[in-house]
Structures are given as structure tokens and as C-alpha cells.
Design a protein around this ligand. Sequence first.
Ligand code: DLL
Length: 433
Amino acid sequence: MIWNEKQETMPREELELVQLRRLQAQVERVYATVPYYRQKMDDAGVAPGDIKTLADIRLLPFTTKEDLRKNYPFGLFTVPLERVVRIHASSGTTGQPTVVGYTKRDIGMWAEMMARSLTAAGVNRGDIVHNAYGYGLFTGGLGAHYGAEEIGCAVIPISGGNSKRQITIMRDFGSTVLLSTPSYALNLADTMAEMGIDPADLKLRVGVFGAEPWSEEMRRELEKRLKIKAIDIYGLSEVLGPGVAIECVEEQRGLHIMEDHFLAEIVDRDTFAPLPVGEAGELVFTTLTKEAFPVIRYRTKDISHLIADVCTCGRTFYRMPKVTGRTDDMLIIRGVNVFPSQIEEVLMKIEGVEPHYQIMVEREGSLDSIEVQVEVSEEIFSDEIKVLEGISSKIKNDIKDLLGISAKIKLVEPKTIQRSEGKAKRVFDNRKL
Ligand code: DLL
């Protein structure tokens, strides 16, 4: 099923015309209303009238998190606060949070993006949607909520946390769809097992997971343990929130970008030079229809590439493969670039190792090293030391073979690694201490 057949299956030539028209209007609007954008464009020697083709977007300066910080909290809004009906903010692990605003029309557009996304994931009217994304300043909860309501689903606004109660409600209310981060879904699967509840006795059919990187191995684990289809959803507050891109249930391979509302580019992660379709680099988004808080060429720091192949689902929007990590989560271990999700992939292939792990980054002299701490199953933990040593060296060798780095391995007791209720924290950087 496709939510908005006309838009989502539009021929590319037509789509590109829509994009250009919207881009021109958007650039004109930010130039006229936001002094900061006007100054940046003046400094770059570009005026709204210079945008004559889609490729001319390259003339425009990038926007970064730093620009958002400098304009904290409302400096980049294009409308007076009287027209803003919603404010969200990203957690901001370092420094100030980033603040984003929405007009009534933005909220309507967002609801449509989420309705399209959930429909692509196989969600319909009549579904009971268990929304365990956090409600609050985080965009996940309310963003997904409005989209599910738009479809006509019955939404349970459970938010994150209190896992036992979540399972009871899931069982009693007959939830058919789970919305959460993949790490929280795993936490819920563990809780179910502890409560002696068999997922086959629940009505869950599909999970729509995002807000953090997760590997294909994690997908298989979640599908197996929860007896569902697991769909990847991508988004970020600065651009919208959830609903920027979604996998279709037909292929589960690459996420369709809502290109009639968001223009995607890929740039070289060091030089920021635009890259052709197919080459991997940093994702950059320009919003085409946002009113209160549009962004021009926002550098996401997420790594992916664009896939132009036609998809069997009928959508004409380009796809992007799963985002495996962010440039700022990338570890450089003795010259080798590694993302935490690659370590996850290795760990999850090993028998007896639980999908709960964390990575400690240390500095020895002038070189960085990592220690992977991972839980093993109850049986293995109480086994002989020889068995533990065997597993430990298997992990070490597999990491070395697949990623080319040497890591220290520490096997820890079941349930000692902190469980996630939202976005999991995987990397602990002890270099800065
Ligand atoms: O995480 C929005 C969201 C909510 C997306 C619910 C999906 C579901 P932020 O808190 O601003 O917004 O964080 C955005 O999270 O730049 C990525 O690094 C990461 N991210 C989001 N979705 C995915 C995904 C929400 N499916 C940042 N895979 C982004 C990998 C993801 N990383």
C-alpha cells in the first residue's frame, strides 16, 4: 500500500520540477526572513535568483549544528512565534540542545510523512500502535503519534520505560505494531522472556525501529525474538523528526527518502565536495516545504549513499542504505575507521554472546585503543574459564579478521550492561577524561 500514490510514485522528471520550484521558493523565503541565512549567502556571493537548476544548490553554503547553536534558541525560525505551534529539542550530548519549531502546516506535513512511512512499513487503519518512542522534547513520540492517527490507527502513547507494564499492555490491548528504538525493542524482548510471555501469543506483527544505528544482525535477532517484521525508519530533528526516510516492507532494502519534501545530497566527508549518486559520504538535507524551521544544506554527519534503482514497491523516491554510523561516532583505531555498528555485527554472529555491549575508548601513549565489553549468556558465564577464554579469543579474532583492528575483550555477567529505554549509549570515550 502507498499512502500518497500521486506524490510517492511521481516520475523523476516531474519530481525534479517540483523540487526545483520548491527549492527556489524556500531559498527566497529564508533569505528574506532570516538575517543569519542572508548574511551567509551574501558572504558566499549567492542570491536567491542564482538558483536556476537543482544543481545550483551547490552554490549555497552548508548549515551545521554550530550554526544552530549560534542562533539558540529561535534565531533561525522564519516565522514569528505566534505562528509556531510546537517546539522540540534534541538532547544535545555536547553543549546546547538544538531547538526546532513547527507551524500548524508543518505538523500536518510531518503527520503525512509519518503516515506514508508507517504505510510503507505495512501499517493500516485498524492496527493498534504501541508507541514506545519517548514523548517530550524528543521528536520520536509525538512525531510518530500524529502519523499513526492520520492513518486511523489506535495509538497507545506509552512512551519509553517501565518495560513490564509495556508488555502487559501489549498483551491486554492486543498491540499489533511496535514503535521504538531497536535497543529498546531488544530490552522489551528480554523483559518478555523474563515474564514468561511467548511473543507468538501476542498480536505484534511489525516493528518500526529507528533513531539510532542498528545492524542487519540486530534486525534478524529482533525479527526472530519478537516474531515480527522489523522496518528501519530514519529522521532527525533538524530536518523534521522521524519520517524523512523509510524502508518499504516489500524490499526491506534501503530507505526511501521523501524527496518531494527533502532534497538529499551526498558530500565527501572531508572536503564536503558533492559526490555522484552511489558514492558514500555525508548526507546533506535541504527542506523544501518546512515553514517555521527550514534548513538549507544541513550537514547531518550521517554516512550513507543514494540508490537510484527503481524499487519493486513502485515508489520512485531514491533510497539510502541503512545509516551505519555518524562521522562523530566513528572510531579511528590505529588508522582504521570503525563504527560501533560494525562491532555489533561481529558480536551478534557469535554463539553464546548476548546483544548487549559497550565500547570503551582509551588512549595509550599517542595511540587509541578499544575495549569491547559484552555480556554472555548465563550458561556460558557459569561455565569453565576455558570456555570463556575460547569465546573471548573468538571475538578478538573475528574483529581482527573483519575490521582489521585489535580490541581488548571483556566478557561480563548477564544483565550488567545498562539497558536502553531510548537511544542506547554504546561508546564511552575515556580519552577526554
Ligand atoms: O532520532 C528522530 C527519529 C525518531 C528517527 C524516531 C527515527 C525514529 P534526533 O534525536 O535528532 O532525531 O537524532 C537524529 O539519529 O542524525 C542519526 O544519527 C540517528 N538516526 C536516526 N534514525 C536512524 C536510523 C531522531 N534509522 C540522529 N539509523 C540522526 C541510524 C539513525 N541512525
